[in-house]
Design a protein around this ligand. Structure first.
Ligand SMILES: *Cc1c(COP(=O)(O)O)cnc(C)c1O
Length: 471
């Protein structure tokens, strides 16, 4: 399979190059040249264990020897705490697809465990090094660190806003002792961290000289790994209910997770609606209800991993929505850059897209959902999952079971759980064990120059392994 850019500015490239490129060199996002139709394989796949299913789904997208792909997939899911990897639980007439059994207890592990192994594999084959630079407001940083810790030929540098992330998130990142992991606490906001990262990445010469790369949610390999659990979840629910079509509700920030669902549907999985759920940062739900994508201000909510305005994967969706036409796409993106707003024409039936439904939840509703789910059904959900459940419940339809994606374990968001149910009932041994671990982190000023020097000192050249840690 070859990969192209949404903006049409690069010649088709292979899978490995697309993974290493991340963001297209033309500023666009990479997509497969075509989406394979697997609808005639579904009955053959429906009883496969997760790892075998992942292999089958990834195969048409990937140009690696089959035995190597199989081994990468096996390794990536060996650190999960549940034998099914992403089990389904029935609660109150809906189905919860639990995506939080990975090492950092968030769904990002499903993609980043695979990406870490894939990077290591590609780097080994091509005799290269990679230095990952990331900015995080919490979840992504720890999942990325756990994805690449101890991997050969990779270092990871993660910036977080000093003192502005939760204790749990800080502990999860800074307690990883591996020599290839560097935590930078930046004296500034998350936006400062992101701005520093973007400035450094814009310097193509610096980026090439130090083999810098990223693991953000625009990387194609992350999406690829996420397609799998839509199939797995759908198969489990169809088996339990006998239904032949289902719906998914997905708590959404950067449009990565739900875009993987969109791809699954286009590959032939019988999904009749994807319900997009946002918190009060509702640019995406407004879009799917009005056709207008217009920028607002970012608000801090109880579901911080969805406190996003410009969704980095939305351009991929838009590319398909405008008929795979890079020229039209580029003019829409330009309009958005110029005016903070873009629009699509509604379909003949008046809907923006009849594959999607959308809605949002306030903090108050999020807490009420956690509380009622816990008190009425004894099932505790984290605030992100609660947003998805609330919106999903408003889009139920007979004979189309609803699968709500549970994106984090509630113990990661203990404070919100206490506000919702009045007691500290969200516990997990991984989180409880964190506070006893030693931590390591360097505090830096919010200065591009200071971060550049930090990187330079620790990466003496792309082919050496010199490290320089203070702890
Ligand atoms: C990242 C994240 C999301 C949002 O996922 P996107 O792919 O950005 O839409 C939702 N919930 C949790 C817990 C997350 O960490």
């Amino acid at each position: 399979m070859n990969y192209i850019s949404t903006r049409g500015g690069i010649d088709p490239i292979g899978f490995r190059d697309s993974v290493m490129m991340g963001l297209g060199r033309d500023g666009g996002l990479l997509l497969p040249e075509s989406i394979p139709d697997v609808s005639d394989r579904l009955s053959e796949w429906k009883d496969l264990p997760y790892v075998d299913l992942a292999f089958e789904i990834m195969k048409p997208f990937v140009d690696l020897p089959e035995s190597d792909l199989r081994e990468l997939v096996r390794k990536s899911y060996s650190a999960f705490g549940h034998k099914e990897i992403t089990p389904v639980v029935a609660v109150d007439g809906i189905y919860i697809l639990e995506l939080f059994h990975g090492p950092t207890l968030a769904f990002k592990d499903i993609a980043l465990q695979f990406v870490g192994n894939l990077f290591e594999y590609i780097l080994h084959k091509s005799n290269r090094w990679l230095n990952i630079l990331a900015a995080t407001s919490g979840d992504t940083g720890s999942a990325a660190i756990y994805g690449v810790r101890s991997k050969k030929r990779i270092r990871i540098f993660v910036m977080h806003p000093h003192g502005r992330i939760s204790r749990t998130q800080e502990w999860q990142m800074t307690s990883v002792p591996d020599h290839n992991v560097f935590n930078m606490a930046i004296e500034g906001s998350f936006d400062d961290c992101q701005e520093i990262m973007k400035t450094i990445f814009r310097d193509l010469d610096f980026r090439d000289r130090f083999s810098l790369g990223s693991v953000n949610s625009i990387n194609w390999a992350r999406l690829l790994a996420q397609i799998v659990y839509y199939f797995y979840g759908a198969f489990r629910v169809m088996e339990k209910t006998g239904a032949d079509r289902i719906r998914f509700s997905v708590p959404t920030g950067n449009f990565g997770d739900i875009f993987a669902g969109y791809l699954a549907m286009r590959m032939g999985l019988p999904v009749c609606r994807l319900v997009l759920a946002t918190n009060e940062n509702d640019i995406l739900s407004r879009f799917f209800n009005s056709g207008v994508y217009s920028l607002g201000n970012v608000k801090a909510t109880l579901s911080p991993s969805m406190d996003i305005q410009v969704a980095s994967n939305f351009e991929r969706y838009l590319y398909y929505r405008v008929g795979e036409d890079p020229v039209r796409l580029k003019s829409m993106i330009q309009a958005f850059v110029d005016t903070g707003r873009l629009m699509v024409d509604p379909l003949p039936d008046g809907e923006v897209d009849d594959m999607f439904a959308a809605g949002s939840a306030t903090n108050e509703i999020t807490l009420a959902t956690i509380k009622s789910f816990y008190e009425n059904h004894g099932y505790l959900v984290d605030p992100h999952t609660a947003v998805g459940i609330h919106v999903g419940m408003q889009h139920l339809k007979k004979d189309e079971p609803m699968v709500c994606l549970a994106t984090a374990h509630p113990a990661k968001f203990g404070k919100a759980i206490i506000s919702a149910v009045g007691r500290d009932v969200a516990r997990h041994p991984v989180i409880d064990g964190l506070k006893d671990l030693p931590t390591c982190c360097d505090v830096l000023r919010a200065s591009v120059q200071e971060v550049r020097e930090y990187l330079e000192e620790r990466i003496s050249g792309p082919t050496t392994s010199r490290t320089n840690r203070r702890c």
